[in-house]
Ligand binder design. Structure first.
Ligand code: DC
Length: 204
């Protein structure tokens, strides 16, 4: 079974997807980490984005490895967020990463998280969830995570939201048949419970 969880940055996707995967004994796929790994590689050594995406060996698990190097922390830097958002507008890069994601999702039970899992990567997923939250709350959550002022996050977030929703290829939008879940004012546990309940209903 594949559970697709999409939505904007800060809606709680990573935390929720990780927790749902743990509860159900599924494997967690953080597709954003792939775009981040490509963004980091481009910042560090340049080159053609599509070639870097095709050649880069990305391993996801407890740690994120790029060509064997542990980049788990490095890919979370603000400049890498920006580079990832930019590289995510490149159709050739998307095609490479989508193929890698589909190959992973072909076997076993997964909770896959990103922007286009329900629309492009796994449109046949048994459960598609689109997480949303009030922008100010999303910025507050990110700020607390990163230990930086919420105003700074809010500015960067608005920029990335605009980039992610307005790009030509695979813009961020709810997939057909997805369940929209507003996480504003909900605890992580409440959101996780809801997704687990939905998954149980789909499985039955
Ligand atoms: O979820 P995240 O912040 O780690 O994602 C990093 C960037 O990659 C973000 O700008 C959106 C983009 N992304 C994407 O375009 N498609 C995905 N499936 C996952 C992430």
């Amino acid at each position: 079974m594949v559970i697709a969880i999409d939505g904007p940055a800060g809606a709680g996707k990573s935390t929720v997807a990780r927790a749902v995967a743990q509860r159900l004994g599924f494997t967690y796929l953080d597709s954003g980490a792939m775009y981040r790994a490509v963004g980091l590689a481009l910042l560090e050594r340049g080159g053609a984005a599509s070639e870097v995406a095709a050649a880069l060996e990305i391993e996801l698990g407890e740690r994120v490895l790029a060509d064997g190097r542990d980049v788990t922390e490095a890919i979370r830097a603000p400049e890498v967020s920006e580079a990832a958002s930019k590289v995510a507008t490149n159709q050739a890069v998307r095609a490479e990463l989508v193929a890698k994601q589909r190959a992973l999702l072909a076997g076993g039970d997964w909770v896959a998280e990103g922007r286009d899992i329900g629309t492009v990567v796994a449109p046949d997923a048994e459960l598609k969830v689109f997480l949303v939250a009030d922008p100010a709350e999303r910025a507050r959550r990110r700020a607390a995570e990163l230990g930086v002022p919420a105003e700074t996050v809010l500015r960067d977030q608005a920029l990335r939201d605009a980039q992610d929703t307005s790009r030509e290829h695979s813009p961020l939008r709810p997939a057909a048949g997805s369940v929209e879940l507003d996480t504003t004012g909900l605890t992580i546990d409440q959101v996780v419970d809801r997704v687990v309940d939905l998954a149980a209903a789909r499985r039955a």
